[in-house]
Write a protein that binds this ligand. Sequence first.
Ligand code: 3PG
Length: 306
Amino acid sequence: MKILVATDKPFAPVAINGIREEIEAAGMELALLEKYGEKSKLIDAIADADGIIFRSDIIDAEVLNAAKKLKVAVRAGAGYDNIDLSTATANGVCVMNTPGQNSNAVAELVFGMTVMLIRNFYNGSSGTELKGKKLGIHAYGQVGRNVARVAKGFGMEVFAFDPYCPAEIMEADGVKPVSTVEELYSNCQYVSLHIPATAETKKSINYKLLNRMPKNAVLINTARKEVIDEEELVKIMKDRTDIRYISDIKPDNAEIFAEKFENRYFFTPKKMGAQTAEANINAGIAAAKQSVAFLKDGIDKYRVNK
Ligand code: 3PG
């Protein structure tokens, strides 16, 4: 049995060693395709694979249909909006993710970027602090919970909105639940996005919602760029010069931010919230274990295409 690790944005080498150990200990073969750039290389590599481990790589119908032997596809990470689930299901491929394995890395970057922004990119001028400020966590999943933990260390007052998470879970973490998304944005100077990209959430972060935010608002997006209505984000940043935006995803119109919003935005060139050795090891090894367990024993815990 062959498991292909296909990552255009490679895992740290130490993670690859761990993945290799898991796969080879099960008597299976690892094929490695990194920084492949062109989709045709992925299509060639997946042709004889029984399993694939991937990150934010696009696994669309064309890729899946080229994978004649594929039985399992494991997203080493949380978001699985980059794989065509209906084609995978139609082709009999079990799709899983590895929830929680890279969430601390994302949470730490939220604060790494935020502190850099509010300290004026360390340019020597006077900045502001997080202590005593209100943080709204939009979606209280694995990353949201880690963000809450770190925020409390900074002395922030933490609120969360998540219709799928019981209020008691938030309260047990010392987080104040709010019952509407509008309330979250109206109340919090800082909002950190942790919603998945779904039909319901795409472009849901719009002018009206952002305009509710208090003065000197900061929107932090380590979720997906699709959840933001970028045109409306640009519009509100023009209309309200106090609003700032930070992200680990490059916006579609990055040049507009550079031209218009000097010192009011930051984004990493490539999505990198989960790009740490620890997150790579956790998510990569979990993906290897899950792939092996499925191929050997049919275990499909964390299956997302039931
Ligand atoms: C995730 O969905 O787990 C994160 O966005 C990280 O994605 P990455 O593995 O592509 O960095």
